[in-house]
Design a protein around this ligand. Structure first.
Ligand SMILES: Cc1ncc(COP(=O)(O)O)c(C=O)c1O
Length: 388
C-alpha cells in the first residue's frame, strides 16, 4: 500500500474556510443573501436558488418546468453523463430520452439530438463534461427549432466558457454543483440560475425544508474530514474504504432534498472568490499531462470552447491505465441506456455508440491542486508513454 494517494478530483478546504463557514452560520439568512448576490453578479443572472445537491436542484428545476408545460414529460439528456442526472429526472417523476455523445468532443451528436427532440420534450439538457464546454450554438439552435427550453448543466464546468460566455448561463435555466468533486465545493450543494421570473416563482413554490440538526452537524464534520483527508499523505485512508464508494456514479432516484445551509453559503463564498485561480491551476496541470502524454488522445474541443479541466479525460485508455492511488480512474462505467434500473423510465430506444465507446475507453487524470510534476511523470512512466 502506498502512503501517497491522489483524489481524482476535489478542492481541499482550509481551516480558514471552515471558520468562515461557521461565522456565516451565525449570520444565518444574511449569509444566504450575500452568497446569492455574489452568484448572481458572477454569472449575470437575475435569479439564483440553492439546494442541498446538484441533483436536488435538477429535480426542482425540472418540476418547475413541468408545472408550466404539463403535457411534456420527457427530459432529453446525454447517454454518457453522471448517473445523478438520470436519477434527478426520475426523482422528478419524468421520463429520460437520450441522445448520443461524440467520443472525440464529448458534446452532443447533432443527428442523435435531433432524433430525441419532439412534442413531448420538456427540456434539452446539455452537460459540459469534465469542464469541457459543449457547442452551445448548436444546442441553442436545436432547442429553438423545436421550441424546447434549454437546461444548461454546468455542474462540472463552473467558470468554463463557450465563445466568451460562461457555461451555465445559456438557455432558460442553468445548474452548478457544489459537491465535493466539483470546481468549487461547499461539501455538497446545487445552484440554479435563471432570468425567467416564472421559473424563479415555480422554484420558490418548491423551496425545500432546512436540514435537521443532525444533517447540519454531518456537514460540519464532513468539511473537517475533507480539510484533512484530501491531503495526498492521508487520502489513502478514505481511498481504501470500499464502503465510501469514492468516485463511483450511482443511479439512485430516491434521494432527499433540503435547503443549502448558511454554513455552506460561507464556504461557497470563500470558494467562489478563488474560482478563477483554482481553474487556472487545473488548466496548467492539464497542460503538463498533455505534454508528458503527448502521443495519447485527449478531447478535441470545438473552436470557441474554453475548458476548465475539472479532470482531464484520456480517451484511448486500456485496462492498465487505471491507477486508483494516483486518482486515474474510469468515469461512468456504462452509458445511461445500459443501466438496468433506468430501463422502465426510458422514453424510446436507440443506439448510443459514442456513449458506449466513452464508457469503455475513457479514464480521467486528476488536475486538482495536490497533483505534482513528479506524480505526472510517475503515472506517465507507468503508462509507458510520453516524453519522460
Ligand atoms: C453533469 C452533472 N449534472 C448534475 C450532477 C449532480 O450534482 P450533485 O453531485 O451535486 O448532486 C452531477 C454530479 O456529478 C453531474 O456531473
Amino acid at each position: 500500500m502506498t502512503l501517497r494517494a491522489l483524489a481524482p478530483s476535489g478542492v481541499p478546504f482550509s481551516l480558514g474556510d471552515i471558520v468562515q463557514g461557521l461565522l456565516a452560520a451565525v449570520d444565518g439568512e444574511r449569509s444566504m443573501t450575500r452568497f446569492r448576490d455574489q452568484v448572481a453578479a458572477r454569472f449575470g443572472k437575475r435569479h439564483v436558488r440553492f439546494f442541498s445537491s446538484g441533483r436536488g436542484a435538477v429535480s426542482a428545476g425540472l418540476s418547475a418546468l413541468h408545472a408550466r408545460f404539463p403535457a411534456r414529460d420527457e427530459v432529453v439528456i446525454p447517454a454518457y453523463t453522471s448517473f445523478s442526472v438520470a436519477s434527478a429526472v426520475v426523482h422528478a417523476g419524468l421520463k429520460v430520452r437520450l441522445y448520443d455523445v461524440d467520443p472525440e468532443t464529448l458534446g452532443p451528436v447533432p443527428e442523435s439530438l435531433e432524433r430525441a427532440l419532439g412534442d413531448r420534450s420538456l427540456c434539452l439538457m446539455v452537460c459540459h463534461l469534465f469542464g469541457c464546454p459543449a457547442d452551445m450554438d448548436m444546442a441553442r439552435e436545436m432547442a429553438g427549432r423545436y421550441g424546447v427550453p434549454l437546461f444548461d448543466d454546468a455542474a462540472q464546468a463552473m467558470g468554463a466558457a463557450w465563445k466568451g460566455k460562461q457555461a451555465g448561463t445559456f438557455g432558460d435555466i442553468g445548474l452548478f454543483s457544489l459537491s465535493r468533486g466539483k470546481n468549487i465545493s461547499a461539501v455538497d450543494g446545487g445552484i440554479l440560475v435563471t432570468d425567467e421570473d416564472w421559473l424563479a416563482e415555480g422554484l420558490d413554490a418548491l423551496a425545500p425544508p432546512a436540514p435537521s440538526m443532525r444533517g447540519k452537524v454531518k456537514l460540519w464534520l464532513t468539511a473537517l474530514a475533507l480539510c484533512v483527508l484530501m491531503h495526498p499523505r492521508l487520502y489513502w485512508i478514505p481511498n481504501s474504504l470500499p464502503f465510501l464508494k469514492l468516485g463511483e456514479s450511482h443511479f439512485d432516484p430516491d434521494f432527499g432534498v433540503t435547503a443549502l445551509t448558511p454554513f455552506q453559503a460561507g464556504l461557497g463564498m470563500r470558494m467562489l472568490r478563488r474560482l478563477d485561480r483554482i481553474n487556472a491551476g487545473r488548466g496548467s496541470v492539464a497542460v503538463q499531462w498533455m505534454n508528458v502524454l503527448n502521443g495519447r488522445k485527449f478531447p478535441s474541443l470545438p473552436e470557441g470552447s474554453d475548458s476548465v479541466w475539472l479532470r482531464l479525460p484520456l480517451l484511448d485508455s486500456g485496462p492498465g491505465d487505471v491507477m486508483k492511488e494516483y486518482g486515474v480512474v474510469r468515469s461512468y462505467p456504462t452509458g445511461l441506456h445500459e443501466i438496468e434500473a433506468l430501463r422502465p423510465h426510458l422514453a424510446g430506444d436507440g443506439t448510443y455508440p459514442g456513449a458506449e465507446r466513452l464508457a469503455r475507453s475513457l479514464v480521467t487524470l486528476p488536475t486538482q491542486g495536490y497533483v505534482t510534476g513528479q506524480d505526472i511523470e510517475h503515472v506517465a512512466r507507468a503508462m509507458g508513454g510520453g516524453a519522460v
